[in-house]
Design a protein around this ligand. Structure first.
Ligand SMILES: Cc1cc2nc3c(=O)[nH]c(=O)nc-3n(C[C@H](O)[C@H](O)[C@H](O)COP(=O)(O)OP(=O)(O)OC[C@H]3O[C@@H](n4cnc5c(N)ncnc54)[C@H](O)[C@@H]3O)c2cc1C
Length: 435
C-alpha cells in the first residue's frame, strides 16, 4: 500500500514506519499495548478524516480512530491509525447548555470551558481521557447517578461514514443515532459531537485516606452512605497498595450541589479516627480529576471490571480479607440512580441496574504482569455468583470483546447496523461489535 496519493490530499501528516516521529505517533496512552500499524495520519480537520476513510476503503484496510489511546487494545497491525487530537475545538453555548467539541478534545478542556459558565459535562475521573471514545462507549461519569450516561446526553454527531462521506447524525436517523450512543466506535468516524451540559451550582468532593487497618470501618461507612445516597452524591471505595507504602483504604466522594449539603451527607466519615489525609472540600468541576488524582502520563494499566449484583458476605470476604498486592487498587464504585433508569431505546448503552462496579487495577510491568492477571482472575472466580458478567463498554479490557458489554438483543441490533452501514468493515472500533 502506498500513501503518496493520500499525502497529497491531506493538510495533516502521514507517517509510515521509518519516518521520524512514527513510533511516538503510534504509541497509545495505554503503554502495555503496542500498535505496529501500517501508517499514522494526524488529521487537521474533518476533510482529512474523510480523505483517510475513502483511501482506506479503496485500499481495503481498516481505519482506527484514536485521540489518546486510553482505550487501545492492539491487534491492528495492518490498519491506518487516525490520530484526531488536532480536532480539539471546544465551544460552549451557555444559553442552550450545550457543548460542541471536536473529536480530539479531552474532558479537562471541556470541563474548564463549561465551569466558566457554572455548567458541567458528564466527565469521568481523568481529565486527559478523550471525550469521543468515552462517550461512544457510554461514559460513566461522577455525575451519572444524577444525569445518566454521557452517550445519552449527545444531541448530534458529525461523522464520516464508511463511504468517506461527511454527515450529521441525530434523531432523524434513529438506528445510527442509537448505535452511536453507547455502541462504541464502529459506526462512523466522529469528527465532532454536540451534547448537553448540566447545572453545576457547586461541587463538594475529594479523597479521605486511612491506614488499611481501618478497612472494615471504612467499608461499613461506604455501605451505609450508599444505601440511601441522593443521586447527586457518588462514592467510590478503594483498597490501595502503592509500592513501598503500607496498605491503605480510601473513599472518593463527589456531591454535585450546595457544598454544605454535601458536607452534611458525609459527616459519617468524621467518626472514623485517624485519617492519613482528608481532601474533602469545595471543588470546581474543572478540577474533577483531583478527586482520584489518577496518572495523566502514559501508564501500563491492567484492569478488570465486573458489575456486582450485591455486596453480600462472599463479596466482602473476597474483596476485603486478602492483601491487595500484586494489584494496586481494588475499587468499588456506587452506581444506581440514573444509570439504572436509562432508556434502552434512547441509546445502545441502555440501563445498568447492578448497584456496584468492581474495578481491579494493577500495573503491567514485566516482572508482575502475570501475577496481576492471575490475581484479577482469582477475585472474579471467587465472587462469580455475585457478578452479572456484563460490564460497561468503556471498562472492557483487551482480553474481552464487545459481547461482554451488551445483552444479546442489543448486540444483535448493533451487529445488524454495522453490517448495513459498513459492510467492508472499514471502520474498526477498539472492541468491534462483530469481533
Ligand atoms: C486512566 C483512565 C481513566 C478512565 N476513567 C473512566 C471513567 O471515569 N469513566 C469511563 O466511562 N471510562 C473511563 N475510562 C475508560 C475510557 O473511557 C475508555 O478507555 C475510552 O475508550 C477512552 O476514550 P479515548 O478517546 O480517550 O481513547 P482512545 O483509545 O483514543 O479511543 C478509544 C476508542 O474510541 C473510539 N473512538 C475514539 N475516537 C473516535 C472517533 N473520532 N470516531 C470513532 N471512534 C472513535 C475508537 O473505537 C477507539 O479505539 C478511563 C480510562 C483510563 C485509562
Amino acid at each position: 500500500m502506498t500513501f503518496e496519493d493520500l499525502r497529497a490530499e491531506l493538510s495533516g501528516r502521514v507517517l509510515v514506519p521509518g519516518d521520524e516521529g512514527f513510533e511516538a505517533a503510534a504509541r497509545p496512552w495505554s503503554s502495555a499495548v503496542t500498535q505496529p500499524v501500517a501508517a499514522v495520519v494526524r488529521a487537521s480537520d474533518a476533510d482529512d478524516v474523510a480523505a483517510v476513510v475513502a483511501h482506506a476503503r479503496r485500499a481495503g484496510v481498516p481505519v482506527v480512530a484514536q485521540p489518546t489511546g486510553h482505550g487501545a487494545t492492539g491487534g491492528i497491525e495492518d490498519a491506518i491509525l487516525l490520530r484526531t487530537g488536532g480536532l480539539d475545538s471546544v465551544e460552549i453555548d451557555a444559553e442552550r447548555r450545550v457543548a460542541k467539541v471536536g473529536a480530539g478534545a479531552n474532558w479537562g478542556a471541556v470541563q474548564a470551558a463549561a465551569a466558566a459558565h457554572g455548567l458541567t459535562g458528564l466527565a469521568g475521573s481523568n481529565p486527559v481521557v478523550g471525550v469521543t471514545g468515552y462517550t461512544l462507549g457510554g461514559g460513566l461519569s461522577w455525575f451519572g447517578r444524577k444525569y445518566g450516561w454521557a452517550s445519552d446526553a449527545v444531541r448530534t454527531f458529525e461523522i464520516v461514514d464508511a463511504e468517506g462521506a461527511r454527515t450529521r447524525v441525530g434523531a432523524e436517523d434513529p438506528e445510527l443515532f442509537w448505535a452511536l450512543r453507547g455502541g462504541g466506535g464502529d459506526f462512523g468516524v466522529v469528527t465532532a459531537l454536540e451534547f448537553d451540559l448540566f447545572p453545576a451550582p457547586g461541587l463538594y468532593g475529594g479523597r479521605v485516606l486511612w491506614h488499611g487497618a481501618r478497612t472494615a470501618e471504612v467499608f461499613a461507612a461506604f455501605q451505609e452512605i450508599t444505601a440511601d445516597a441522593p443521586d447527586e452524591l457518588s462514592v467510590w471505595f478503594h483498597r490501595l497498595q502503592f509500592p513501598d507504602a503500607p496498605p491503605m483504604v480510601a473513599l472518593d466522594v463527589a456531591y454535585l450541589g450546595d457544598p454544605e449539603v454535601g458536607r452534611a451527607l458525609l459527616t459519617r466519615l468524621d467518626a472514623i479516627d485517624g485519617p492519613l489525609a482528608d481532601k474533602r472540600g469545595t471543588l470546581s468541576v474543572a478540577n474533577l480529576g483531583e478527586i482520584t488524582a489518577e496518572p495523566t502520563d502514559p501508564s501500563p494499566a491492567l484492569s478488570r471490571a465486573e458489575l456486582l449484583t450485591d455486596l453480600g458476605d462472599a463479596v466482602v470476604k473476597t474483596l476485603l480479607d486478602e492483601p491487595v498486592a500484586p494489584l494496586a487498587d481494588i475499587q468499588i464504585r456506587h452506581l444506581g440512580g440514573a444509570f439504572a433508569r436509562a432508556d434502552a431505546d434512547g441509546g445502545a448503552r441502555g440501563p445498568i441496574t447492578e448497584p456496584y462496579l468492581l474495578y481491579a487495577l494493577g500495573l503491567g510491568f514485566p516482572h508482575i504482569a502475570a501475577a496481576v492477571k492471575s490475581r484479577r482472575a482469582e477475585i472474579v472466580d471467587a465472587i462469580g455468583a455475585h457478578i452479572s458478567g456484563l460490564k460497561p463498554y468503556t471498562f472492557l479490557t483487551p482480553e474481552e470483546t464487545a459481547a461482554a458489554a451488551f445483552d444479546s438483543s442489543t448486540l444483535a441490533r448493533l451487529r445488524a447496523i454495522k453490517r448495513a452501514r459498513d459492510p467492508q468493515s472499514v471502520i474498526r472500533a477498539n472492541y468491534p461489535v462483530l469481533g
